[in-house]
Ligand binder design. Structure first.
Ligand code: PRP
Length: 218
């Protein structure tokens, strides 16, 4: 069986729905319980739920053969994995955001609050702007409101969080979507099984067919 790391939450449900539609369903995952691993030996898959930001760690270290995580995680942590496919789900944008009247005084070091220090530093280095990174773990939008930072670098999906906090997108850094990723050793030794999953998903994603999201308890 190949081990598949699914990100807990909405993206995980969408991912499992795609996997099921591609022929890798696992009825045990639909049962209401607190289990974290589910397998379907007939289809050759074992799924397990992990925190979205941990998927690439499981895959990089081989505890999972494949997994699904956002491009934001791959850009931030640069795990040593293969990226096999853009699944075209979980679409959002990595952006610089701030107050509507924000003015960038280039004489001063810009204070940037973010959960993504590597992406933020890389972006500002590419435009030659000196910054002071303030590394936070969540609720980033509060930082410019309370004057902790001048701007934030964060994920924007619907834009609701920014709007409700009177912030606006100042610049888009990179579009983000979910990627199918693979452990490098597994790719060599379980090549055929992994290629089968990738090819079935490629065909499904390419067909443009609308896949209903299966709601899961986890
Ligand atoms: C993410 C992100 C934004 C929000 C964007 O936060 O950091 O806060 O979602 O989504 P929207 O544009 O649809 O409003 P998350 O829900 O992961 O929580 P966090 O702030 O605790 O990291």
């Amino acid at each position: 069986m190949i081990n598949v790391a699914l990100p807990k939450g909405r993206l995980g449900e969408k991912t499992y729905s795609l996997m099921a539609a591609a022929g890798f369903d696992c009825p045990a995952i639909l049962e209401k319980n607190r289990k974290l691993t589910f397998e379907n030996p007939e289809k050759g898959v074992r799924y397990f739920w992990v925190k979205p930001s941990d998927v690439s760690i499981y895959v990089e270290r081989g505890a999972a053969d494949i997994g699904v995580c956002g491009k934001d995680i791959l850009l931030e942590y640069e795990p040593d994995i293969y990226e096999l496919l853009d699944l075209q789900i979980g679409k959002c944008r990595m952006c610089v955001a701030g107050k509507g009247d924000f003015y960038d005084d280039e004489e001063r070091t810009l204070r940037v609050a973010t959960k993504f220090p590597h992406i933020a530093s890389g972006f500002y280095e590419s435009i030659g702007r000196d910054i002071d990174i303030i590394h936070l773990n969540g609720s980033i939008e509060i930082a410019p409101i309370l004057g902790l930072s001048d701007v934030i670098v964060d994920i924007v999906e619907t834009g609701n969080t920014l709007r409700e906090n009177n912030l606006v997108v100042l610049r888009e850094i990179v579009p983000v979507s979910a990627r199918l990723i693979c452990n490098k050793v597994s790719f060599q030794f379980r090549h055929d099984e992994i290629i089968r999953v990738r090819d079935e998903l490629t065909e499904l994603v390419g067909s443009g067919e609308k896949i209903e999201t299966i709601r899961l308890e986890h």
